[in-house]
Ligand binder design. Structure first.
Ligand code: ME8
Length: 522
């Protein structure tokens, strides 16, 4: 049995509705989770909402409602978004849930038992927007002499009694970890940033707050709630059964386990510095990898509420189609880099790759069979080199190149390889021209169609992680059995079994309508 695979997104702040950046992260993580399941792995995929902290408290106050009411309302929008976009999470965690409070308190006690916590007084800068403490030396000057965090958010001077975590004790241990596991932080650019930060020295971290009470209570310290990032990071353990479900922990949070955190580039420090330090302190296994993806920009501009260019992912999905949006985001943006989206770019990509290339290939092949053979599956009458060449190209791509790319968290490379296979099929169909063989050489026509049928099925299976609904609809139409829809399970005798069973292909329904831009998209 292969190792279980644990994969997570960041958990989002439900202080407002989800935006396209949240959708992007969920979609990318979902594609990887789906791919690993198709490899036969035992996958645990978690996403959810990060509901505590001052940011939530203030957002609720400004609306005159309780933080819990705000969290309930907004968490439902995040879940709705995930469900609408086909995100195949195994758990949607909310940090206000009781098992999460228990896990956070257990982690706290484990760090305390290790001698890493002490009570002190915090005096320094805090950004509510980032929910982060910053050193004086990290700040930058904004307009009118206002001090800003390195992320450009306002900071405020904060003085309060606080529990501290001895992060300073972990500098060398972290540097050793990064050296021993060069893939711990990806991509390389993020790894370098973290290395520079840790090499510059680590101050102890303030990990409790007394000025508000919307959070997980610190065990044995009345009036203190945990700093939101302590409980937020713990969500990953909660989902894996910490502390009591040791069997589940052994499965999904094991030493040397394949545990991957997918997060955005702005929160790499929390995941690559604080998180492994907490885990080392609590004597718990570490994740294998933290991947900091890039940001999504609206036509190259940062999204912001004040500019009014924050796109609603559900509106985009309704307008262009869920799979079209998923395909666009995963193909257009190299995972790890920033990317830009616009209605034009989505329409252009969906039309060229999905409607014109793959959709057209499937449509013309299947409708030709439905029409000229009355839906009977074409038989193979001996192969030409052109057929075996095509099969070899497709095999290499779907059995080697695409799985390698997905396993390496490079969905855009997997899609590029897939498009090469689609082009190869389109070249083959044009060169073999089954429509001209119909009169002169009907046997050869059937061989060509059968070759294409099998190739299209392979391509549909291979792209399932990216466009699950459309690829499934196509495979259903084609009668490909469900147990043949894994990576590496499509080859074999399904085609001859289908023929034997007298499967008849109905006239195919078009999968990818051509999208048109309207004035509203400008
Ligand atoms: O950071 N493009 O929550 P969050 C791509 N609660 N990704 C983006 C993005 C954009 N424009 N904007 C945000 C938090 N993200 C914490 C996480 S994890 C224990 C706690 C990403 O709602 C962002 O980088 O601000 C993060 O990975 C995720 O969306 C949630 O952001």
């Amino acid at each position: 049995m292969s190792k279980p695979f644990t994969i997570t997104t960041a958990i989002s702040y439900p202080n407002g509705r989800p935006h396209i950046g949240h959708a992007y992260e969920a979609i990318a993580t979902d594609a990887i989770a789906r791919f690993q399941r198709m490899m036969g792995r035992d996958v645990f995929f978690q996403t959810g909402t990060d509901e505590h902290g001052l940011k939530m408290d203030q957002a609720a106050r400004s609306r005159g409602i309780s933080p819990r009411a705000l969290a309930d309302e907004m968490a439902s929008h995040f879940k709705e978004m995930d469900d609408a976009l086909g995100i195949s999470y195994d758990r949607f965690i909310r940090t206000s849930e009781p098992d999460h409070h228990a896990a956070s308190q257990a982690l706290w006690k484990a760090m305390e038992a290790n001698g890493d916590l002490y009570l002190g007084r915090y005096e320094g800068w805090y950004s509510v927007r980032d929910e982060a403490f910053y050193d004086e030396k990290e700040l930058i000057d904004g307009e009118g002499g206002q001090r800003l965090s390195p992320q450009g958010t306002p900071v405020e001077w904060t003085v309060e009694e606080s529990w501290f975590f001895r992060l300073s004790n972990y500098q060398q241990k972290l540097l050793d970890l990064y050296a021993a596991q060069p893939q711990f932080i990806r991509p390389e650019s993020r790894r370098n940033e973290v290395l520079r930060f840790v090499e510059g020295g680590l101050s102890d971290l303030s990990i409790s707050r007394t000025s508000f009470d919307w959070g997980v209570k610190v065990p044995g310290a009345d009036g203190h709630v945990m700093y939101v990032w302590v409980d937020a990071l713990t969500n990953y353990l909660t989902g894996c059964g910490y502390p009591d479900d040791t069997a589940r922990m052994a499965r999904y949070w094991a030493d040397g386990g394949d545990i991957v955190h997918i997060i955005g580039k702005d929160i790499v420090r929390f995941h690559a510095v604080y998180w492994p330090a907490f885990l080392m302190s609590a004597k718990l296994p570490l994740p294998a990898q933290v991947f900091g993806h890039g940001f999504l920009l609206n036509r190259g501009e940062k999204m912001s509420k004040s500019v009014g260019n924050v796109a609603d992912p559900l509106e985009l999905a309704e307008r262009f189609g869920v799979d079209q949006l998923r395909y666009f985001l995963l193909s257009e943006v190299t995972f790890g880099n920033d990317g830009s989206y616009s209605a034009e770019a989505i329409v252009q990509r969906a039309n060229s790759d999905l409607a014109n290339s793959f959709g057209n290939l499937a449509q013309r092949t299947l409708s030709f069979i439905a029409k000229n053979l009355d839906g009977r599956l074409p038989a193979v009458h001996g192969h030409d080199p052109a057929d075996t060449d095509l099969a070899a190209v497709i095999d290499q791509i779907v059995r080697v190149d695409m799985p390698a790319a997905f396993a390496d968290l490079a969905p855009s490379q997997a899609i590029e390889a897939w498009m090469r296979a689609v082009f190869a099929c389109n070249q083959y169909i044009d060169a073999q021209a089954p429509w001209t063989l119909r009169k002169g050489d009907p046997d050869r026509m059937e061989t060509v169609l059968a070759t294409l049928y099998c190739a299209i099925a392979q391509l549909a299976v291979a792209i399932l992680p990216v466009i699950p609904a459309s690829a499934t609809a196509l495979l259903d139409q084609m009668g490909v059995p469900e147990d043949r829809r894994g990576y590496g399970t499509i080859e074999g005798d399904w085609y001859s079994s289908l023929m034997r069973d007298g499967f008849t292909l109905s006239p195919p329904k078009p999968l990818f309508p051509r999208l048109e831009l309207t004035e509203a998209d400008a």
